[in-house]
Design a protein around this ligand. Structure first.
Ligand SMILES: Cc1cc2nc3c(=O)[nH]c(=O)nc-3n(C[C@H](O)[C@H](O)[C@H](O)COP(=O)(O)OP(=O)(O)OC[C@H]3O[C@@H](n4cnc5c(N)ncnc54)[C@H](O)[C@@H]3O)c2cc1C
Ligand SMILES: NC(=O)c1ccc[n+]([C@@H]2O[C@H](COP(=O)([O-])OP(=O)(O)OC[C@H]3O[C@@H](n4cnc5c(N)ncnc54)[C@H](O)[C@@H]3O)[C@@H](O)[C@H]2O)c1
Length: 499
């Protein structure tokens, strides 16, 4: 490291350096484990340090338990909402069994990671919280480690507004604790209508919990296209109680008899400016996540952080910071806190630090792509509409399709949605897209593939679309893009109205 002393002592503490390694990875989530595996192929002495569980945020408290809960919720929803098909049933929901399955399946996924971590030699991993001291040395447990290169993969944690943890006490839940509930609660407020809030609020509602969702702005899933945002609110409000544009002025908990020793309340000003109070069993706070970097000491390596703790001079391909021998990858760099990004960045950084030319491939930054797994699903791909609108040279058009009357969506009874595809008039390329609607996860993948591989709208329309599918809606929107571009070959199309 640039700041590492030549001596084997830390001058400030007079502690002896306990080991010298070529590569140290801090954090053993998805990004860190990928980085470590890749580095270890070339550098025998590569070391990984981790605080807490070794099974990744994704598996322990993130992607997987949330999708397991949603899977149960969707079963219940379908059972309770099939009467339009002439099928009448009421779901009997065993809350304990629902939560047990979430945890049992989570353990199943975790076992693969545990097996891998167990296969790493004891001297290549350290369980403990790392701190980078003023000398640029890593302090962990009783060790003082000098590393030529450091990969920081310390992830992120739930953000809880100031004072709420104390005021809510044990009525407070976050994504770190909610999957540990032994049973489904009777009622719950969810604060925050981002990906976490939306997914969990809808899942618990579908499982029979009385859920109220709060968000301070009239926006869900951070959608930046107003029409898609309004449509998403419209589709979701059929089953979710939402107080969007409400301002929470206070939260707290109070004693309520013998069953539970506390019940929560939220005081809020609703969107009409009227003061209201919500009361219930728990408050699930989903007001965003913050990268775990502020107490790590990366500044001691020369890394500059902005006011939101985002590292400056970040190379988005590899996580490298300027010309330092420091890489910050995954949620820790607060760039795109998504699983596939953490995975790619970890892999690339691990290859870079040891110049692994043999089986390394530095992945280019992925086309921005996110999915929120509520129903209907919400996706964003490529550039956002506001970013496109800021650049008049892009000469964009917006191809649209509604899923409210789309053939297969109607057949399946999932006909609520809207897709906007942002096309570039000059290049016949797709700049980005935003959608709420059925099968959005698949439509999103197709659009991400098209953008990544520089396909033209014509290329996409020359590809077969099977009938009857929800994906035919994508074709309708692509046709709309073409129509707006006024490119002559569109007139040869014959399949246009089949969906
Ligand atoms: C509820 C929820 C649902 C999600 N769903 C999805 C989804 O559907 N799709 C998707 O793409 N993404 C989803 N995400 C996001 C995804 O889980 C994260 O982007 C991803 O797991 C981040 O991986 P990571 O390797 O950067 O961090 P992590 O997996 O969090 O690993 C970081 C590790 O570093 C350790 N650490 C921190 N500080 C130190 C220190 N000082 N010393 C040593 N170790 C330290 C931590 O304890 C942790 O073990 C979800 C997240 C949540 C919370
Ligand atoms: N399906 C997925 O890919 C998935 C699922 C879950 C999480 N994630 C990742 O986790 C990250 C964090 O998710 P998140 O939903 O916690 O954060 P987020 O930043 O996406 O959303 C937070 C929401 O909370 C609201 N909010 C903030 N403070 C508030 C307050 N005081 N009162 C009321 N509302 C308030 C914000 O307006 C925003 O809508 C996401 O950015 C995403 O990268 C992804």
């Amino acid at each position: 490291m640039n700041k590492q002393p030549d001596t084997a002592f830390d001058n400030s503490t007079h502690k002896k350096v306990t080991r010298k390694v070529s590569v140290a990875v801090i954090g053993a989530g998805t990004a860190g484990q990928n980085a470590f595996r890749q580095a270890k192929k070339i550098k025998d002495d590569a070391l990984i340090i981790n605080d807490g569980f070794w099974t990744t945020t994704c598996i322990a408290v993130g992607c997987m338990p949330s999708k397991l809960l949603i899977a149960a919720a969707d079963r219940a929803y379908d059972t309770n909402h099939s009467s339009e098909f002439g099928i009448h049933a009421t779901a009997q929901i065993d809350g304990k069994q629902v939560m047990e399955r979430v945890r049992a399946e989570r353990s199943h996924f975790a076992s693969y990671i545990e097996e891998q971590v167990d296969s790493w030699s004891e001297d290549s991993k350290i369980a403990g919280r790392a701190y980078i001291n003023k000398q640029g040395l890593i302090e962990v447990n009783d060790e003082l480690i000098a590393a030529d290169k450091i990969i920081v993969a310390t992830g992120s944690s739930p953000f809880i507004p100031d004072g709420w943890a104390d005021k809510l006490g044990d009525t407070l839940l976050t994504s770190d604790t909610v999957f540990e509930l032994a049973d489904l609660p009777k009622s719950m407020a969810v604060v925050g209508a981002g990906a976490i809030g939306l997914e969990l609020a809808q899942a618990f509602t579908r499982l029979g919990v009385d859920v109220t969702l709060f968000n301070q702005v009239k926006r869900v899933a951070g959608l930046k296209d107003d029409d898609i945002n309004n449509k998403a609110i419209d589709c979701l409000s059929h089953e979710l109680t939402m107080h969007l544009g409400s301002n929470i002025t206070d939260v707290g908990s109070k004693a309520v008899g013998s069953q539970r020793n506390a019940a929560a309340f939220i005081d809020y000003e609703d969107s009409a400016g009227k003061m209201q109070q919500w009361q219930g069993e728990y408050v699930l706070v989903a007001t965003g996540r913050r990268n775990n970097i502020h107490e790590l000491g990366v500044e001691n390596l020369g890394v500059k952080l902005d006011e939101k703790n985002r590292p400056q001079q970040l190379d988005k391909k590899t996580g490298k910071i300027g010309d330092l021998d420091v890489y910050i990858v995954g949620d820790a760099n607060a760039n795109l806190p998504l699983l596939h990004v953490a995975s790619d960045e970890g892999f690339s950084a691990g290859s870079m630090v040891c110049d692994n030319k043999k089986d390394a491939y530095i992945r280019p930054p992925a086309t921005p792509f996110s999915i929120v797994f509520c129903s209907p699903q919400i996706i964003n791909v490529g550039m956002s509409l506001p970013d496109i609108e800021q650049d008049p040279t892009l000469e964009h058009v917006i191809g649209k399709v509604s899923f409210d009357n789309q053939g297969r969506s109607r057949v399946m009874g999932v006909n609520c949605g809207l897709l906007h595809i942002y096309g570039c008039k000059k290049t016949d390329r797709i700049l980005g897209a935003s959608m709420v609607g059925p099968d959005a996860e698949y439509i999103g993948h197709i659009l991400a593939m098209a953008i990544t591989n520089d396909l033209t709208v014509k290329d996409m329309l020359d590809t077969p679309f099977y009938h009857p599918t929800i994906l035919e809606g994508l074709r309708t929107a692509l046709h709309d893009v073409q129509d707006l571009m006024e490119i002559p070959y569109q007139s040869l199309d014959t399949q246009k109205n089949n969906s």
